[in-house]
Design a protein around this ligand. Structure first.
Ligand SMILES: Cc1ncc(C[n+]2csc(CCOP(=O)(O)OP(=O)(O)O)c2C)c(N)n1
Ligand SMILES: [Mg+2]
Length: 297
């Protein structure tokens, strides 16, 4: 068993303990998503299940934050570029202790702090508002530059979807990050091969994605985004070289929509899922059976 330095300065845990904590985080996150989705009977459930392992690795291990002080100046900034993935981030914020699990059940309802598309003014821990794809990375570049000017040790993490690789603004920002030597910027892309209009390969061919980021001057890692061990190693490597001035890093994560719930993994029209009343418990049971654990309600 190798002991690795945990990026949070106050912890140094063995790798297997870090992994176990990430897996537990991801498992609970997925249950939160199912519970939230059931309240509305529909939602961006497939993406959240697919990206759960990425969110768990970053929120459950790498990100520096204070749960009781979400606006703490020294926090790492986590920018959710894809507003419609908010259900997944809310589920992670509950596991991180920033919002309560009870509040999750207000998701998408009138007067809730948890709207279907992420809004920074509504939700503690939500750094930017989403909706218009392709805006997260440009904002992340400005934030990373600003934090460096302030001599802040905080890092900026930006979560993108593969659909955002269709946007010109993403690539302008990618070149700017390299130009400004933003070594404090770490991005990740959920490559779930899906967009609103169908398969990514049919909407716009973005491959070879690894080569493109490398050509833009980024340190680039590509992993199975549902393999928490691979994610942990990739983010460890990306963060180990993070510095106020250096190369930005990106972790390209190949994921499966609906991961963890076989009923949803094979669903057609997976961008926005409508799930029948009697199917939610099947989802929950499949998730629980796959992990041999207790339900999370
Ligand atoms: C600038 C912009 N153009 C178009 C849309 C409409 N839109 C909403 S979601 C989506 C699909 C984007 O792909 P991705 O985020 O990979 O979809 P998913 O994996 O969630 O199915 C599109 C085109 C938008 N929100 N913003
Ligand atoms: Mg996608």
């Amino acid at each position: 068993m190798t002991t690795t330095a945990h990026p949070r300065p106050d912890v140094a845990l063995p790798r297997n303990e870090r992994l176990a904590a990430i897996d537990e985080f991801a498992y609970r996150l997925r249950h939160n998503v199912i519970n939230m989705g059931q309240e509305q009977g529909q939602g961006y459930v497939g993406q959240a299940l697919g990206a759960a392992d990425i969110l768990a690795t970053v929120y459950g291990d790498h990100l520096r934050f204070r749960a009781d002080d979400p606006h703490w100046d020294g926090r790492d900034r986590f920018l959710l570029s894809t507003g419609h993935y908010a259900i997944g981030l809310y589920a992670a914020l509950a596991e991180a202790g920033i919002i309560s699990r009870d509040e999750l059940l207000t998701y998408g309802s009138d007067d809730s702090r948890l709207p279907m598309s992420g809004m920074s003014t509504y939700t503690p821990g939500m750094e930017i508002s989403g909706g218009s794809l392709g805006h997260g990375l440009p904002i992340a570049v400005g934030m990373a530059l600003g934090l460096r000017h302030q001599d802040s040790p905080a890092r900026v993490f930006n979560f993108l979807s593969d659909g955002e690789l269709d946007e010109g603004s993403t690539w302008e920002a990618a070149m700017s990050a390299h130009h400004h030597r933003l070594g404090n910027l770490i991005a990740m892309v959920d490559i779930n091969a899906l967009q609103a209009d169908g398969a990514t390969s049919g909407v716009l061919s973005t491959e070879p994605v690894h080569d493109k980021w490398t050509a833009c001057g980024w340190r680039t890692y590509r992993v199975d985004g549902n393999d928490t061990g691979a994610l942990l190693d990739a983010f460890d490597a990306a963060i180990a070289e993070a510095a106020p001035a250096g190369s930005p890093a990106i972790v390209l994560c190949d994921t499966r929509v609906g991961k963890g719930v076989p009923l949803l993994e094979t669903r057609e029209k997976a961008h926005f899922m409508r799930i029948d009343e009697d199917e939610w418990q099947i989802c929950r049971d499949q998730l629980t059976a796959g992990h041999n654990r207790e339900d999370v309600r």
